[in-house]
Write a protein that binds this ligand. Structure first.
Ligand code: ADP
Length: 163
């Protein structure tokens, strides 16, 4: 059985992320979306539990996609899923440089681990969680940027942050 791991901080999940997950689910038998606790990203908008809950609702319609969370190094997580491949989305040259570096580090820790990249859909090239967070803070309409299932969660959180 072929297994893919789609990792990310998903703070919050966007339609760009979901596009990569959906395409990965067509190629692999099973996809694990792993919500990572990223120590370099300070003060996330959503807790890991909230992100896990939002991602779970957004991928509920895909039968071969499951959701998990991990707070250590991704390369260590992958060791528990032998033969799994990391699948990541690439938006721009800046993503490429970062991902290339991460891949080299992952290989040092777990030489058997392979990473594959899917190019971002043209519609979502400029979409990131940080863009969504910023728009939410200004009360902008998030339709077409994030899954419909989580729009209310983001609105509620943005309201709390503004208060
Ligand atoms: P972000 O970079 O938005 O904070 P994450 O750290 O959660 O997001 O990223 C998880 C993965 O999703 C990374 O491989 C990233 O390149 C990819 N990704 C993020 N946004 C998009 C998008 N709009 N289209 C395709 N891939 C994306």
């Amino acid at each position: 059985m072929s297994i893919a791991i789609c990792p990310g901080s998903f703070d919050p999940i966007t339609l760009g992320h979901l596009n990569i997950i959906r395409r990965t689910a067509k190629i692999f038998d099973r996809v694990i979306v792993c919500v990572m606790f990223n120590s370099t990203k300070t003060a996330p908008m959503f807790s890991v539990e909230e992100r896990l809950d939002m991602v779970s609702r957004a991928v509920a319609k895909y039968p071969n996609v499951t959701v998990d969370t991990f707070s250590g190094l991704l390369a260590e997580y992958a060791k528990d899923h032998e033969g799994a491949v990391l699948v990541k989305g690439l938006r721009a040259a800046s993503d490429f440089e970062y991902e290339f570096q991460m891949n080299l580090i992952n290989k040092q820790i777990n030489p058997a681990l392979e990473t594959m990249f899917l190019t971002a859909d043209g519609k979502y090239t400029f979409l990131s969680s940080s863009v969504v967070r910023e728009m939410a803070m200004y009360g902008a309409d998030l339709t077409g940027l994030v899954p419909d299932e989580i729009i209310e969660d983001i609105k509620r959180k943005a309201k709390q942050w503004r208060a």
